[in-house]
Design a protein around this ligand. Structure first.
Ligand code: ZN
Length: 267
């Protein structure tokens, strides 16, 4: 017999059979995570950066974890030597995460930008995130807690538009989770969109990317990493998952996501 659990958050209450499946609760700012999945430190096409591992912020909903693994696999299938460094997702129970205002409910993901040398070869073993300038050149190390950065000089590196676009494209075409935003610096978004045009990517995907690649106005410009925010899984909404922000133009998608009127009103 499954145990019954009573859930109460932000005025939402429900009774459900606790089958140990994951639930994202609340919003990306004030939220929690029940029965999450821990992303393995390494998988096809990605690894949690060694400096991020002790933070233990690699927990997500089942849907986001599966989707993320599929996304990285898609990129490495396309570019066999692509290993993305993963930063923070959420803590084991969700809630506040040091150095973040969001990441509270298993639906925010930080990914280092892929970097390459001038010949297009991927640069691995980077000790920290790199800040990239408007022209895509690596300018300086991103500083961690206490304002400290790596001692070694910044390498001759540039923003790897091919791989970064492959990642965005995979995020926008992999089923299982729905992207709400991809926070990136606008100049780096432009480099990826130019790459997409150059490749002759499906205009529908480019159109979505133009909307979803977004430089936030109320936080850092995201010139050193990509921050992806996923919508609540439809099954989590009636249980208290709360999407903040716009319901956009994806009418069909939104219809298929079965958003309830009650949760739509909270947006
Ligand atoms: Zn983030």
């Amino acid at each position: 017999m499954p145990a019954l659990a009573v859930l109460s958050l932000s005025g939402c209450m429900g009774v459900f059979a606790d089958d140990r499946s994951s639930i994202s609760l609340g919003s990306h700012v004030r939220g929690a995570l029940l029965h999450p999945v821990a992303l393995p430190f390494e998988g096809p096409g990605y690894e949690v950066h060694p400096d991020w591992r002790p933070r233990d912020c690699r927990y997500a909903t089942e849907e986001v974890a599966r989707w993320l693994a599929d996304v990285f696999r898609e990129v490495v299938d396309r570019f066999p030597d692509s290993i993305a460094f993963l930063g923070d997702i959420s803590g084991r129970r969700g809630g506040d995460v040091a150095m973040h205002r969001s990441h509270a409910s298993g639906r925010d993901v930080d990914v280092f930008y892929y970097a390459c040398d001038d010949a297009g070869r991927p640069l691995r073993d980077l000790p920290a995130m790199l800040h990239f300038g408007r022209d895509g050149r690596a300018e300086r190390w991103s500083l961690g807690r206490g304002g400290r950065g790596p001692k070694q000089p910044v390498p001759q590196a540039r923003f790897d538009a091919r791989r970064n676009w492959a990642l965005v494209r995979a995020m926008l075409s992999t089923p299982g989770a729905e992207v709400q935003w991809i926070f990136v610096h606008h100049a780096l978004a432009a480099l990826m969109l130019a790459e997409a045009e150059r490749q002759g990517t499906d205009p529908a995907i480019i159109g979505r990317a133009r909307v979803l690649l977004h430089q936030p106005t109320n936080s850092q410009p995201h010139d050193d990493h990509m921050h992806v925010r996923l919508f609540c899984d439809p099954a989590d909404r009636p249980l208290g998952c709360n999407d903040k922000g716009p319901v956009r133009w994806l009418k069909k998608h939104w219809k298929y996501m079965r958003v309830s009127q009650a949760s739509a009103l909270r947006l």
